[in-house]
Write a protein that binds this ligand. Structure first.
Ligand code: UGA
Length: 433
């Protein structure tokens, strides 16, 4: 059993706190947002993440997971302190690390004995060195400490599964003492541990997210060519993925990657590379392909409806991916804004994200279910691949629509079946009828 503090109760912080409490540690999770902490103390979970609520409530009841707004209390009581605060993008694409610095200063000022300070937020390479320097500058008593980089690889929507079954755990450590403590902490997770220096651990995170984002842009570029030569991107992805050197994950063509990680992390890596004198053209191209995905979808709507102005467009899916209520950098939200700008009326439905979308999408009519979205709309556009949409009564949808048009940005249905049912069905990178 270790005493742990997790600073930052966002996605990464809450999942980390829950997973470490579940494996028997005593965890104090801290956030400066008093309202969020008040809710968590009352058992209300601020985000929708399958399985998270159950584990938080269980460990809260067992008193292994506590919540606080007080970093001082957390620093004094814990030996291992995880920094999980936000690192948003600045206008130039670089990461805003002011929250990380503030937390490091506060930890340093309150340290009375040896601490392991673990950087888990996604940060640019060399941030560990800056954290170390900040702590040294604010720790006049010279208390011993180690900084560790321990990048997170969990995905929203399957975060609990990913937390308990990681493919690997990366620890950037520069002392035997810290390495021993981290290996001990992660023993129950039974995953391979890659131990390296701090800069390498930070670079692993950059490399993984950028590679996955590039893989998505690659298949989306292939889908553009498929459309031009009457080939099927789903079959191309299937056959590519069966080659074990390529692997089948992250080859789903669609409207592009969104979320709080890939767009921001790609920007930050391009920025970091440029600062170090390297023009990362490959990653810039991946970003450009991703930015163009919205136009690809809008063009499909235009092809089907001709004029967008004054048409009613039904949208299914608002979150940046299924099984989450997160709409940060969601491509669906961007597409809706473009449709509104073009003069369309938009009706929308999402199983979990409507609450969060409401404030961003003024003028959109939010519906209670997909059938309300379809009623008297000129087409339905599917922008997030929720399981619920796979199970739709398509005959009913067809009857409710003004014209039987479905634009599928996530390739959820079989084109032949849709055509046989009488739909004008446009999806991504698939063969023409
Ligand atoms: C991503 C990484 O997958 C995690 O490993 C990492 O820990 C996380 O970022 C992070 O840095 O915090 P996440 O953003 O939660 O996780 O979601 P993903 O499942 O990676 O999806 C990102 C976007 O790519 C979504 O918009 C999704 O729709 C899109 N995507 C994904 C595709 O368009 N095609 C695919 O084949 C896969």
């Amino acid at each position: 059993m270790q005493k742990i503090a997790v600073i930052g109760a966002g996605y990464v912080g809450l999942v980390t706190a829950a997973a470490l409490a579940e494996t028997g540690n005593k965890v104090l999770c801290v956030d400066s947002d008093t309202e969020k902490i008040r809710k968590l103390k009352n058992g209300a979970i601020p985000i929708y993440e399958p399985g998270l609520e159950k584990i938080i409530l269980k460990n809260k009841n067992l008193k292994r997971l506590l919540f606080s707004t007080n970093i001082k209390e957390a620093t004094v009581s814990a030996q291992i302190i995880f920094i999980c605060v936000g690192t948003p993008s600045r206008h130039d694409g670089s990461a805003d690390l002011s929250a990380v610095q503030k937390v490091a200063q506060e930890i340093a000022r309150n340290m009375k004995e040896y601490k392991v300070i673990v950087e888990k937020s996604t940060v640019p390479a060399e941030t560990g060195e800056k954290i170390k320097h900040t702590i040294e500058m604010n720790n006049p008593g010279g208390v011993a400490f180690d900084v560790v980089s321990n990048p997170e690889f969990l995905r929203e929507g399957s975060a609990m599964h990913d937390a308990f079954h990681p493919d690997r755990i990366v620890i950037g450590v520069e002392s035997e003492r810290a390495e021993k403590i981290m290996r001990q902490l992660y023993k129950p997770f039974k995953a391979p541990i890659v131990a390296t220096n701090i800069n390498t651990a930070e670079l692993i995170k950059h490399a993984c997210n950028s590679f996955l984002a590039t893989k998505i842009s690659f298949i989306n570029a292939i889908s553009n060519i498929c459309e031009r030569v009457n080939a099927d991107v789903e079959k191309v992805a299937l056959a590519m993925g069966l080659d074990t050197r390529i692997g089948k994950e992250f080859l789903q063509a669609g409207i592009g990657f969104g979320g709080s990680c890939f767009p921001k992390d790609v920007d930050a890596f391009i920025y970091l590379a440029a600062q170090k004198g390297y023009d990362f053209e490959l990653l810039k191209a991946a970003r450009k392909i991703n930015q163009e995905r919205k136009d690809v979808l809008l063009k499909k709507i235009e092809e089907a409806l001709w004029i967008i102005k004054d048409k009613t467009i039904g949208v299914l899916g608002l979150s940046f991916k299924p099984d989450t209520d997160d709409i940060r950098s969601s491509v669906a939200i961007d597409i809706i804004k473009l449709l509104l700008y073009a003069g369309a009326k938009v009706k929308a439905y999402d199983p979990k994200a409507m609450e969060k979308a409401r404030s961003q999408l003024k003028g959109v009519i939010f519906c209670a279910n997909p059938y309300e979205v379809a009623r008297k709309s000129d087409c339905v556009a599917i922008l997030t691949e929720w399981q619920e949409f796979r199970e739709l009564d398509l005959k009913k949808i067809k009857k409710l629509l003004r014209q039987p048009v479905i634009i599928d940005g996530r390739n959820m249905f079989e084109p032949q079946q849709m055509h046989a049912m009488g739909f004008v069905y446009k999806s991504i990178g698939r063969r023409r009828k």
